[in-house]
Design a binder for this molecule. Structure first.
Ligand code: SIN
Length: 530
């Protein structure tokens, strides 16, 4: 049995930032399903929203965040994250990350991008590969820390808690079972401070901008362990995912619209003008719904993002990654509009935490997309998430997470037991169920919802969960099976939360209750296994 002072599950901006901060305090394990860089962070194109210019202010950033959040943000949390941002950005720069700059009247200043819902230019970026640069910077630094062990190709199976072991004392997290994907063995890891930083759950939907690892593992594990989960109905659909039969999950950054890109329908019309005075750069929920309506109305398969009025040099220099990727699919974005559709992008709810990452289960922390701190409310303001990961990782590392539990050494942890038979049917059943979940979530729990569709999804998911449970207990666990089990759990949490919110707010839009009902629903949707 391995034993660490801190176990971090996930290797994106939140997990790595936390691991680096506590590395001087004791042994740390960073557990990650694939390679270290296989994270949502590495795919982030837009950048980090942070107040750095004299023309901007904390007050404006707070106001924009609250406005996007449609009445559900926790204002104190928003203020903390916004105001502590600049210090965390300096730390990233100290690690060697260089954000893009530009020449203004003979001096250099940060080149700030603009995205939907921001009243000022405030998005720090490195061309259109900000997340990749951040990931590489943090991984490089991690490699210099002798106290940190990066366990790649390891997948957390389940948290070990006092309650699960039958102890009547206060429940708490004691460790985690982890599958070593190379050997197929499940190891027991003891730690009384476990940080979930597993990112989001985009793969629960048929179309997503997320990488394959985004299967909602953290939320599903925390739910099974009894932690509270909040606001899962608020799934953000990014308006512009590349539409091409061979392109899988490729995002066209909102920064393209920030630099003047215009959305056009199949007749070439700038249709967003008819939906919102802010046009193509209206907040994401409005743009995604407008595209959905245009596509349904016209029967077209996609809409188009047009930035051909900018010079080809500008397009190639500002968006080299998007330009080259589109070119590989035969689209020269400096000469022709890019075909795009909305796709699942970000989970605004998650494991309920305070602004220091503490969940409702002692010993368990959650940081980044997996968590619901109260920053995003009913709709995340673009590029606020990398900022949240940095700030909350720092706060967690400086808070109660440093305190050891007295019970840690006393409770014996049982080894993992599972069936060791491999079912010949396993793969086909797993893939079938995986496809079924993703399609039913897309069709019944998408951008526009109704009670009838949600109920249909709920009934199907219960059946699938029963089947998966049976499978899970009888056969040897594999990554595919574990991911399927987590996807089904998270899908059911999204549907249950959506059914309980009988109003339309932010990202949750239902035809049955099209109005916002402040008196009944201006609160988080909290689910707990009890
Ligand atoms: C984008 O570049 O459009 C994504 C930024 C974000 O989701 O915050």
């Amino acid at each position: 049995m391995r034993d660490y002072d801190f176990v971090v599950i996930g290797s994106g901006i939140a997990g790595l930032s936390f691991a680096l901060k506590v590395a001087k305090d004791g042994p740390v394990a960073v557990i990650t399903k694939r390679k270290g860089a296989d994270t949502n962070t590495a795919w982030a194109q837009g950048g980090i929203a942070c107040v750095t210019s004299d023309e901007d202010s904390f007050e404006l950033h707070v106001r924009d965040t609250l406005e996007a959040g449609a009445g559900l943000c926790d204002e104190a949390v928003v203020r903390t994250i916004v105001t502590e941002g600049p210090e965390r950005i300096h730390e990233l720069a100290d690690l060697g990350l260089h954000f893009d700059e530009r020449e203004v009247s003979g001096h250099r200043e940060l080149d700030l991008g603009k995205e939907g819902g921001h009243s000022k230019r405030r998005v720090l970026h490195v061309q259109d590969v900000t997340g990749k640069e951040i990931e590489e910077t943090l991984l490089r630094e991690l490699g210099r820390q002798s106290q940190v062990e990066l366990l790649e190709n390891h997948m957390a199976v389940d948290l070990i808690t006092a309650a699960k072991l039958g102890f009547a004392t206060e429940d708490r997290c004691l460790g985690v079972y982890v599958l070593d994907e190379k050997t197929g063995d499940v190891e027991t890891i003891r730690s009384d401070r476990i940080v979930l930083a597993t990112g989001g759950c985009g793969k629960v939907y048929l179309y997503t901008t997320n990488p394959d690892i985004a299967t909602g593992d953290g939320v599903a594990m925390a739910w099974r362990a009894g932690a509270e989960i909040a606001n899962m109905e608020f799934i953000q659909f990014h308006p512009t995912c590349l539409f091409h039969p061979q392109a899988k999950s490729f995002l066209i950054s909102e920064a393209v619209r920030g630099e003047g890109g215009i959305l056009r329908n199949n007749r070439g019309e700038d249709f967003m003008k008819h939906y919102d005075a802010r046009g193509s750069l209206a907040p994401r929920d409005i743009v995604a719904r407008a595209i959905d309506a245009e596509i349904k109305r016209s029967g077209a398969k996609c809409v188009f993002l047009d930035i051909t009025h900018k010079s080809p040099e500008f397009v190639r220099e500002r968006f080299p990654h998007i330009y080259q990727t589109c070119l590989r699919f035969g689209i020269d974005m400096s000469k022709q509009a890019i075909p795009v559709v909305p796709a699942a992008h970000y989970q605004c709810g998650g494991i309920k935490t305070d602004v220091n990452g503490a969940t409702t289960l002692p010993g368990l922390y959650a940081i980044g997309e997996v968590a619901c701190t109260g920053l995003h409310g009913a709709n995340r303001l673009a590029s606020n998430s990398l900022l949240e990961g940095l700030v909350v990782a720092h706060r967690a590392s400086a808070s109660g997470v440093r305190t050891r539990s007295a019970s840690k050494q006393k409770i014996p942890l049982p080894e993992w037991e599972s069936g060791n038979v491999q079912d010949v049917d396993e793969l086909v059943v797993i893939y079938h169920n995986w496809d079924e979940i993703r399609r039913l979530m897309w069709d019944y729990v998408g951008i526009v919802r109704t009670d009838k569709r949600l109920q249909r999804a709920s009934a199907r998911l219960r059946n699938l969960q029963r089947e998966i449970r049976e499978f899970y207990w009888n056969f040897k666990v594999s990554v595919d099976l574990l991911e399927l089990r987590n996807l089904a759990t998270v899908a059911a949490l999204i549907v249950d939360s959506a059914l309980s919110r009988q109003e339309s707010r932010g990202l949750h839009y239902t035809i049955d209750y099209p109005e916002m009902k402040d008196r009944q629903f201006k609160h988080e949707t909290v689910l707990s296994r009890g």
